[in-house]
Design a protein around this ligand. Sequence first.
Ligand code: ADP
Length: 401
Amino acid sequence: MILTINTGSSTIKYQLFSSDVEQVLARGIVSRIGEEGSYIVHAARGREVRKEIPLRSHHEAFELAIQHLLHPQYGAIHNINEIEAVGHRAVHGADAFMASTLITDEVLDKMSELAPLAPLHNPPNLVGMREGRSLLRGVPHVAVFDTAFHQTMPPRAYMYALPYRFYEEHRIRRYGFHGTSCRYVSHRAAALLQRPLKELNSVVCHLGNGVTITAVKGGESVDTSIGFATFGGVMMGTRAGDVDPGLVFHFNRELGIGIEEYERIVYYESGLLGISGVGNDMRVITAAAEAGHERARLAMDMFAYMIKKYVGAYAAAMGGINCLIFTAGIGENSAPVRRMVCEGLEFLGIRVDPASNEDAVGGREMVISPPEAGCTVAVIPTDEEKMIAIDTRRIANLQPV
Ligand code: ADP
């Protein structure tokens, strides 16, 4: 069996997969680690349990997760040795990691070096890897980096037009995120369309709380909308996305808003929330827009327009587009957003069949364009954990059962 682990600063999410990665045998989340009211929610064998337990550290949280996996009533294994390999989600591999990799002491040292590039994510990822290796010894541990898929971007796409020394000395460049999701849905789309991945010029719209648009040519990322931090590109739930970089000076000099407050504003108060004023959840915004709320309508309109512009730009970057993929919470469930993005893109061969679009909700892989359309539009539910488990199986050299 393969265990996947996603460690955040106060959470650990885990899933236990069968060795062939076809079934999820258990899943859980430990939350509020090191805070008041820490708890675990664990599900296996058709039962879900929720327990509040004080947890001072990630070490205690891991031990608790393992106890639950081994539990006689709601566990999924009898013996810890049934876990054959562990896959860890890793956010930032910078330009040091082009692909998923077996975790060694050297890999952990390299990741520590990269921590300043992802101060919120890499340090907890590292804690997860260290604790995981100490509690589950003698099995391979694999790191799957969110940035790795985007390492195929050419320099013209990943460079920023800043003085070159910032790239050379400080590694300032576009890295991209959501790569694991993007890779998974690109492969699934090729399988669904029964076409070789090499033939697909896809634009992947990962529309969740975070939003990433990626150009995937023949299975390789050639450009992506989020760059260095997780702020840029299309507006998101509470993040502004691309705004004029000069605004930071105006906020500072004319409005007296310092750098930290500016950061909070563009990260937590902007995007769909900042424009609509009704919330950051697309379900709430859509309901308000349908009820005639002007700013909710504007928020949806801006959101779809920004995505549409990226689709056009990436069609140009790839010399054409023959597959448009929608994924993540909004992409998988919001027929209105998909319709609004595709409207007006007929000149690229993009068309949506209204009935199929309405039908595509709740986690089904579906083609929503009519058969004669020049570009296939598909809704593909993402599954980052599954991709991590598949990589882990491959790198750990486990034989399918
Ligand atoms: P994350 O990026 O945190 O993994 P998800 O991919 O789960 O997030 O996406 C979460 C977002 O998906 C929610 O904020 C919500 O706006 C949106 N969402 C979920 N279900 C629906 C739905 N039925 N219709 C529209 N939007 C939805």
